[in-house]
Design a protein around this ligand. Structure first.
Ligand code: ZN
Length: 352
């Protein structure tokens, strides 16, 4: 009967306390000015807890003491939460003031440099592109025909000894290409003259690794087949290349040589860049440095691809990119190219 005079029954007030705790638990601590918003909502003079405290007088005296304890717990809980929010806000303010200055420029990411062999290959390709040569590429794992047979190097040919390579034991007919002539073979297979391509790429030889030899290196080979292509065209093309690549003062000379896939064949030397022809250790005191092999495409090679040697002639040449890089940058040890030593690599500026 007495209960009727009291607005609040214990269980109703307990539900309201639980609802208040629930709201505190879901309070968005990330909102702007979170600590102050929290204080006003829960601890302020018109806040939830104050208003619940005000209801205490409406609870029956028997329950009042118990209720008071519940409300005190709620208040302590709210104050602790408020303190945490204030500290978080202070830390965030200090952090944004000292650690993150959004007006500072970003930290630069160091740019790498291109490998010297890539720089030189790109330069070689760019020069021949200006002469109308297209770039052709092909597989590094080749079959015997494209690497040797098609290039007029039959199985018992002694010149194969100079190009010993790596074979694949499960597939004896496959090998790692010894030159990018195999790419020329693939071009001639698919295309009739006029053909004007350069073939840059990695090639392999079964050699002991030393300062002057490696089991892999890089080549650029070139092939030009059309009607009336002569040795004079070969000579002028290579002369233009050398002048563009190494300078206008460089002289060239041709020495007769032998390659199974060209006839006649010639090695090309350039005047020594280091001593300018006077003689030094690089040119072995001759004043000349060998840089490439060349010649007129052997009629047998043309016939292998059903190109009529009576109608078409062509020239071919091949050079080692390492060799040109050595001359350009005075690098005296082939092994440096593949050791991945950053002290060596970062000396070659530029990423283009
Ligand atoms: Zn010299």
């Amino acid at each position: 009967m007495e209960d009727a005079f009291y607005l609040y029954r214990m269980d109703v007030l307990l539900e309201q306390i639980a609802a208040c705790k629930n709201e505190m638990a879901q309070f968005d601590a990330g909102q702007a000015d979170a600590a102050e918003v929290f204080r006003i909502r829960f601890l302020g003079t018109k806040g939830l807890i104050k208003s619940l405290m005000g209801e205490l007088k409406n609870v029956s005296p028997a329950d009042r003491r118990d209720m008071g304890q519940h409300l005190n717990e709620l208040k302590v809980m709210a104050e602790e939460r408020w303190e945490v929010l204030r500290q978080q806000q202070a830390q965030a303010a200090a952090g944004s003031a000292s650690a993150i200055d959004r007006t500072l420029p970003g930290s630069p990411i160091p740019a790498g440099t291109r490998h010297p062999l890539s720089l030189v290959r790109n330069e070689i390709v760019a020069i021949f592109r200006r002469l109308g040569f297209a770039v052709a590429e092909g597989p590094e794992i080749e079959d015997d025909w494209h690497n040797f047979g098609a290039m007029n190097l039959p199985e018992d040919h002694p010149a194969r000894d100079m190009q010993d390579t790596f074979y694949i034991s499960q597939q004896p007919a496959w090998l790692l290409r010894t030159h990018t002539s195999s790419v020329q073979a693939r071009v001639m297979e698919q295309q009739q003259p006029p053909i004007r391509v350069i073939c840059p790429g990695r090639v392999y030889r079964n050699e002991t690794i030393s300062a002057r030899a490696h089991c892999f290196f890089h080549q650029v080979e070139g092939l030009y087949i059309d009607e009336h292509v002569s040795f004079a065209d070969l000579k002028q093309t290579l002369y233009f290349f050398v002048q563009e690549m190494l300078g206008k003062n460089v002289k060239i000379r041709f020495r007769p040589s032998y390659f199974p896939f060209t006839e006649p064949s010639a090695e090309m030397d350039i005047s020594c860049l280091i001593c300018e022809g006077k003689g030094c250790s690089v040119c072995k005191h001759t004043g000349w440095v060998e840089i490439l092999g060349s010649g007129m495409v052997h009629p047998k090679v043309l016939e292998n691809f059903s190109i009529d040697p009576n109608k078409y002639t062509g020239f071919a040449f091949g050079m080692g990119i390492e060799r040109i890089t050595q001359l350009k940058y005075q690098i005296n040890d082939l092994r440096l190219y593949s050791q991945n030593d950053v002290r060596f690599l970062q000396q070659f500026g530029g990423v283009v």
